[in-house]
Design a protein around this ligand. Structure first.
Ligand code: FAD
Length: 427
């Protein structure tokens, strides 16, 4: 029987190690030295290296990559189980070498890069000696790549890029930018003349590419292949976000339950009030549903491909945003005034929910994709009546049984009796 929800004991040991390591090592470091993985100070670097060496010794570095590319080759399902731990601890994905936006960009290099490109960019990215950003969205055409205008023109041994992007996360601190042009995906070193980073937004940068010249070999994948590369990159990124969102939902849920047992109001602990119980029960079921959906989608990717799983990835994408919104709201509400402050992680989680519904493509577009793809599996019915129109189904069934009924008066009488009964019910 292949349908199984259990985890192999050896892998469970890894999960336990990760959980304990995050709790005892990463979380305390995050509290004292936030954003330490990208901190250039040699003392902080040494602290980070010590932890990362332990992670590497466990064979848990660059969790998302196949073995031949330097990762453990776990596949998406196991990555899902790991990510639902890592997502709970702010910088854990970076510590384990599997944080966005670098993961998606590394996947692109691994899949489409030439050997030279892999050596130039993928290897240093894997070693976190180089950081990247993904520059796709344009101010005028966010959800619709058909409106993008950023273009590269060939000039001898160079490409010249002109255009404008925004919401390039971590663009201002990236070493290289993966720039989606109308005619291909290009890798642009951030310090190239003509890369003009605008002051706002601060973290998700607005970048003007003004006559940016890059060598011909900075084109990644085929010319005109940008849409295919973008789909591949974003598909992986979306499911990884969903895996980490499960852990955020679980954190909110844990906080909600702890508080429900700790606070008393109007003669009872609040967990005994039915409307609080409803929030707990609804949140519990929503998290279970999201988790099963994410893990099943991860399993499907492992057993087919990101492309073949795109309908479920799109459905997971908007489901995670909805679940995070509802569960974090319930938790925040149960924590009362404290929930409205920045003194617990709940405000950040709740405000992340709308972001989750917009980043990586707005929910509306994913819903349209799901509906469109699902409808491809159906055909319109002929004539007036839907396939499940009961009088017609009964007529056909009667036709099938008619020879038997003609040969057996008892059966005929019973069938007529049922027919009268059902006729009466259908009125
Ligand atoms: C935190 C964050 C990080 C991001 N990081 C990156 C990054 O690193 N690189 C990058 O390239 N981009 C990034 N993005 C951009 C993101 O991909 C875009 O915001 C997203 O594609 C939507 O584009 P938009 O913001 O222009 O919204 P719009 O396309 O203007 O959409 C606005 C609204 O219009 C409606 N709408 C739009 N299209 C449809 C439709 N087809 N059907 C129904 N309603 C519709 C929806 O209500 C939607 O919310 C990031 C965004 C956020 C919020």
């Amino acid at each position: 029987m292949a349908w199984d929800f259990s985890t192999e004991p050896e892998f469970q040991e890894k999960l336990d190690w990760v959980e304990n390591f995050c709790k005892t090592e990463i979380e305390p470091l995050d509290m004292v030295f936030p954003y330490s993985v990208r901190n250039p100070d040699p003392k902080i670097k040494a602290l980070v290296k010590d932890l990362q060496d332990q992670i590497k010794a466990q064979g848990l570095w660059a969790l998302f990559l196949d073995e031949e590319l330097g990762g453990p080759g776990f596949g998406q399902l196991k990555l899902g189980l790991l990510n639902e731990i890592l997502g709970r601890y702010g910088s854990a994905p970076q510590f384990f070498g599997c944080a966005a936006p670098d993961t998606g960009n590394m996947e692109l290099l691994a899949a489409y890069g030439t050997e030279e490109q892999k050596e130039r960019w993928l290897t240093p990215m894997l070693n976190q000696e180089m950081w990247s950003a993904y520059s796709m969205t344009e101010p005028a055409g966010g959800s619709d790549p058909n409106l993008f205008t950023t273009h590269a023109t060939r000039d001898g041994d160079e490409w010249v890029i002109n255009g404008e992007k925004w919401f390039t996360s971590a663009g201002r601190v990236a070493d290289i930018l993966f720039v989606m042009c109308t005619n291909g995906m290009f890798v642009v070193p951030r310090r190239t003349p003509g890369v003009e980073i605008q002051p706002y937004p601060r973290n998700h940068n607005h970048i003007i590419y003004n006559e940016v010249r890059i060598p011909a070999d900075h084109l990644l994948g085929p010319e005109d292949g940008a849409k295919v590369l973008a789909q591949r990159r974003l598909g992986g990124g979306r499911i990884h976000h969903a895996m980490r969102t499960i852990s955020n939902c679980k954190l909110a849920f844990d906080m909600m339950c702890e508080r429900a047992l700790s606070r008393e109001s109007h003669g009872k602990i609040i967990g005994e009030h039915q409307m609080v119980q409803e929030k707990i029960a609804e949140s519990y079921a929503q998290i279970r549903m999201l988790r099963l959906f994410v893990l099943e989608t991860a399993w499907k990717i492992d057993n087919s491909s990101t492309q073949e799983t795109r309908t479920d990835i799109a459905a997971v994408k908007f489901t995670m945003a909805k679940t995070l919104r509802e569960v974090s709201f319930n938790a925040l509400h149960i924590l009362g005034s404290l929930g409205t402050t920045g003194l617990t992680p709940l405000q950040d989680m709740y405000s992340a929910a709308p972001t989750m519904g917009i980043a990586d493509g707005v929910d509306e577009v994913h819903k349209a994709t799901v509906a469109r793809n699902v409808l491809k599996g159906y055909t319109p019915h002929e004539g007036y009546w839907p396939t499940e129109y009961l009088p017609e189904k009964r007529r056909k069934a009667r036709e099938k049984f008619q020879p038997m009924l003609d040969a057996d008066p008892d059966l005929l009488k019973m069938a007529d009796g049922w027919s009268d009964y059902m006729d009466r019910r259908m009125r």
